[in-house]
Design a protein around this ligand. Sequence first.
Ligand code: NAD
Length: 331
Amino acid sequence: MVTIGIVGAGLRGRLFAEALQGQPDVEVVGFAEPSPKVADDARDATGLPVTASHTELLEAHNPDAVIVATPDFAHREIAVDVADAGKHLLIEKPVATTLDDAEAIAAAVHRANVRCLVGFENRWNPHVVQAKAAMATLGEPITASATLSNSYFVPTTMLSWAAKSSPAWFLMPHTVDLILWLTGTKPVSVSAVGSRGVLAKRGIDTWDVVHALITLDDGSTASLSSAWTLPDAGDGIVDFRFQVVGTEGSVTADLSHQGLTVVSDKLRSAWPVGGRIGRSQVGPAVWMVQDFAAGLVDGGDLGPDIDHGVLVTRTICAIEDAITTGRAVSC
Ligand SMILES: NC(=O)c1ccc[n+]([C@@H]2O[C@H](COP(=O)([O-])OP(=O)(O)OC[C@H]3O[C@@H](n4cnc5c(N)ncnc54)[C@H](O)[C@@H]3O)[C@@H](O)[C@H]2O)c1
């Protein structure tokens, strides 16, 4: 039996709690959540106890592992304290939004010798898993591209902390991880451009759009684009596409609709690989957290680790530097 506490009872924390309900040999012991309203909602919906801080959660429940599902910029203190307490970790992506924070978390994880999964959920996305299997047939990678963007809904309504994140921090960790995993490469240097002003006029002073060109250590290249400015009048809040071209073939995916488009007054689009089917929650994030718990129980591989998470944060830092300096930046 493993016991798991969840820090942050927002969108992801609640999804993870639901996904772990009924999992064999797993017990979610409670949430830590500083917002009284979010805490009350979580208590009412799940029946789980909620403490106001991660330190109280550790003291009250002494869990074997902790999931860090707080905003992008608020992972460091929690993750370091959790690792120092000898607890295993699932940390949402990005590990952190500064290299200093990410390296401090990695140092704590290594010092305490705890297990740590970073929440790159596409490793559990069926389309991505099939693309990874197909890579063996494509020859040597030549170039890759990925677009992951959101409509205005995400920065203006879904996230209360969008001004302290960006399309680069919220979205690109997924596509950086995706391209590195599919191609089996490491980033060498990046060039990037970005624009801002449109979201700023809506009170959210962050990048509207970020484009990055990455040189990889096998000499191949990748281009990544993320925007937070897609129209809400479109048929979904996520646009997600990627392609890898190799010497003997290519793999191309469009996950924006997953084959189902819904446009109505109440709902725009639906993701078939998500939500509830029969008795089970389904979807990449659900399978990721269930696999995390199963890996803690059986001692097997957990997936992308803290050092990979630091590499992804280093790459996004390089992308930010490249935008502001206008120069290519080493990763
Ligand atoms: N929403 C998504 O689609 C999505 C997808 C993948 C990954 N993520 C990542 O998951 C993380 C959480 O995102 P979210 O969408 O759930 O955000 P959210 O705003 O819905 O929830 C975060 C919660 O953490 C709480 N919090 C803040 N500081 C805290 C602290 N010190 N201790 C405990 N709780 C604290 C907030 O009050 C909030 O309720 C982020 O890093 C995000 O990038 C989100």
